[in-house]
Design a protein around this ligand. Sequence first.
Ligand code: NAD
Length: 248
Amino acid sequence: MDLGLGQKRAAVAAASAGLGLATAKALLEEGVLVAICGRDPDRLMAAAATLGPGVVAIEADVSTSEGASAFVADARERLGGLDILVANAGGPPGGAATATSLDAYRSAIELNLLSSIAMCLAAVPDMREQRWGRILAITSIGVRQPIPFLAASVTARAGLTGFLKTLATEVAGDGVTVNSIQPGSHLTDRLLSMHRGPVEALSADIPAGIVGDPADFGAVAAFLCSEQAKFVTGTALGVDGGAARGLF
Ligand code: NAD
């Protein structure tokens, strides 16, 4: 299926590895002009090399709102405009609700809530003016079903989900969709760093019986950015092999 994205321009944050990289790859395969960012220049260049010529690699740290806004502004300038924003960042350290300090909550809120809000605020005005835009945030299954050992992550991403839903309503009439995608367990560096045991042990808790493939995640993300997905907004889509057990 042609997703109708040829020559659209996308900024994909924290895309030097993992789910961001997979999303950038899926968009590139649809003919999108893509800018990615990462903090480490070597990792960033290695990622850009795997994506091939044409990708714009921007060294940026989206753990602060200033860094996040600057990435969007740079991407817009280098691409000559912006049609798609994939708001993403690394995940915060783990910790139970009572074992997480206020400072750790603050850092997670800066990393996974305020920086994504900053990216949205930087991207939305042009998208509204051109009457076409796609905003997609990578959050977590923890929004749907809190993860006991990731309290700071759950807290920040639940707040972000509230922001996105509010924003979606505000900009829907301007042709801009705003959605989030909630990964369950996908085979990335982040997952491997959080999970000490064998990967097979993770799949035992997933109804699909497998750990997620980042490439499949990227394909779902690209669809949510598509022309055909223009009537999908304000949603939070789980991509988790059935791991979240609740009705919503
Ligand atoms: P990852 O750590 O494997 O990859 C993240 C990439 O972003 C890395 O290349 C890293 O260098 C880069 N990055 C990290 N912080 C950055 C920053 N401040 N500025 C710029 N670049 C930065 O992570 P992932 O598995 O791809 O996960 C992406 C997001 O999805 C994270 O927020 C993660 O917590 C969340 N998530 C992932 C899973 C999973 O199973 N992989 C599940 C739930 C939620």
